[in-house]
Design a binder for this molecule. Structure first.
Ligand code: PAF
Length: 282
């Protein structure tokens, strides 16, 4: 695996590989890699000839400086995992290689209001930071296919909107959520949970399964209330949202606006750690 720290080396290499006919897959990450990330690398290796992974803990998408500081950075372990998974190129930049001298969001994006709800409501500016860094990463890596995990479903919709609005020549592939054996969606934040509560956090997936089973029996509001109440009874759990929404635009489902694709989407603070999960049903 080649480790590249500078865009002025990576962009010409990617351009040259594409000119030679290689299809390039790209997996952007913030490191602290787990099996979920590796499943994205595997998906890329199936579809592309060259897989580029980036590791960059992007400051502009953190609205809590403590969260940024606490974000795990096990770089040696990450490199070993990527080597084992057969990643071809690791882009490992400093902030200045991404942003220049000042690390900030400079572009105004049309995110169709998708950035204001759910995670956006709790973390103002978060998605502007994500959109900015992904736009820059795509400009630097020039991939044919971008692989993202469904765990961050809202992020996937927002980046689809970004790519479409900027007419960027890249296909976005959303890969299925990778789960721990008891159902908890894999996340770099899971290591912050103690083992007992990490085990209990499997209840989040169980609540999605319950909601999916009830979808033709109860109203969305009834399901939301029941699931929220059940999760909140678990010690250390505090539901931020548990919602059934239109999976195409994250709008509420009402009798006037029914939909065939529903996303059951939730954020739960578990011992203060924000855990996201979702399930799409047709
Ligand atoms: O999902 C993530 O890890 C990040 O939001 C991303 C897409 C790498 C941008 O920093």
């Amino acid at each position: 695996m080649q480790i590249i720290k500078q865009r002025n080396q990576l962009t010409p290499l990617s351009t040259q590989l594409r000119a030679q006919g290689a299809k390039i897959g790209f997996v952007p990450t913030m490191g602290a890699l787990h099996q979920g990330h590796i499943s994205l690398v595997e998906a890329s290796k199936k579809r592309a000839n060259i897989t580029i992974v980036s590791i960059f803990v992007n400051p502009t998408q953190f609205n809590d400086p403590k969260d940024l500081e606490k974000y795990p950075r096990p770089i040696e372990q990450d490199i070993a995992m990527l080597e084992a998974a057969g990643c071809d190129i690791l882009y490992l930049p400093e902030a200045s290689d991404i942003y220049g001298p000042v690390t900030q969001v400079t572009d105004k994006f049309d995110l169709a209001g998708l950035d204001l709800e759910l995670e956006g409501a709790s973390r103002p500016g978060h998605f502007a930071g994500v959109a900015q860094v992904v736009k820059i990463l795509l400009e630097i890596t020039r991939p044919d296919i971008l692989f993202l995990g469904q765990k961050d479903f809202q992020q996937c919709l927002i980046l689809t909107q970004l790519i479409n609005s900027l007419k960027m020549p890249v296909e976005l592939v959303m890969c299925p959520i990778y789960r721990e054996s008891h159902g908890l969606a894999m996340s770099s934040r899971n290591v912050r949970l103690n083992p007992q509560i990490r085990q209990k956090a499997g209840a989040i997936y169980a609540s999605l399964q319950y909601a999916a089973a009830m979808v033709n029996i109860l109203t969305p509001q009834e399901i939301q209330q029941a699931a929220t109440a059940a999760l909140n009874t678990i010690e250390g759990f505090n539901v931020d949202y548990f919602l059934l929404l239109n999976a195409d635009n994250l709008k509420p489902i009402t009798p006037e606006t029914p939909t065939n694709r529903i996303v059951i989407i939730t954020a739960v603070l578990v011992d203060g750690v924000r855990l996201l999960d979702n399930m799409v049903i047709s």
